[in-house]
Design a binder for this molecule. Structure first.
Ligand SMILES: CC(C)(COP(=O)(O)OP(=O)(O)OC[C@H]1O[C@@H](n2cnc3c(N)ncnc32)[C@H](O)[C@@H]1OP(=O)(O)O)[C@@H](O)C(=O)NCCC(=O)NCCS
Length: 179
């Protein structure tokens, strides 16, 4: 398991990368990274409807910076419900184009999985490409419906505890009514 002390330094192929919990001062820099990495209008995606008016899960919102402090990547996570069951909605995750292919996203993903376990979450879902996320254990979630329009084949999940997705089906809903 990754250490919980910050900043966390890890061996990367080319340079040290430091993970840290996102702070208020990081917010606009992370937004700018997302604007750079995603198509314009990203906030129109259906997954954003699940995030509106809900605080992200602070310990699972991470920045990845190099030794000079330059932002290489970032991930944010939100709480959602599937039926009566809480889940982590992972993302957005993005890595600066100049740092892609170096394992920065893998580091962020692994940290999210480890820290979600530490904080008592049982299951994570995301909307993304199975060929990429399968390396972290994500599989297509049958019967779990993201707000339309979402391709069901891109609704992926991983269980953090035994059989945590068994019997968990239905529409994904915002956590705002349950905080
Ligand atoms: C997807 C993204 C986060 C990956 O970041 P990264 O730091 O380059 O990822 P890693 O270095 O950990 O992994 C790179 C590997 O993933 C593969 N990969 C990246 N995106 C992929 C995708 N959509 N489908 C399949 N494989 C993918 C790369 O080909 C590379 O393969 P390799 O290990 O065989 O060489 C980054 O490309 C990015 O920010 N993209 C734009 C934003 C985005 O699409 N975010 C994800 C939304 S679902």
């Amino acid at each position: 398991m990754l250490q919980r002390s910050w900043p966390y330094e890890t061996d990367m192929q080319q340079a040290a990368i430091y993970l840290a919990e996102e702070t208020a001062e990081d917010w606009w820099e992370v937004e700018a990274l997302y604007d750079l990495c995603f198509a314009p209008g990203r906030s129109a995606l259906s997954s954003y409807r699940l995030r509106e008016g809900v605080d992200p899960i602070a310990p699972l919102c991470l920045t990845a910076r190099d030794a000079e402090g330059i932002l290489a990547g970032a991930v944010r996570n939100w709480p959602v419900r599937v039926g009566d069951f809480p889940a982590v909605l992972l993302g957005p995750i993005a890595v600066h184009p100049t740092r892609q292919g170096e394992g920065v996203a893998s580091l962020l993903m692994q940290a999210c999985l480890d820290f979600a376990r530490v904080h008592g979450w049982d299951r994570i879902l995301l909307v993304g490409d199975a060929p990429y996320y399968s390396r972290f254990g994500f599989r297509v979630l049958e019967g779990v419906e993201m707000p339309p329009p979402t391709n069901p084949e891109r609704v992926l999940g991983v269980a953090l505890t035994d059989n945590a997705w068994d019997g968990v089906i239905g529409a994904v809903a915002a956590m705002r009514d349950c905080n």
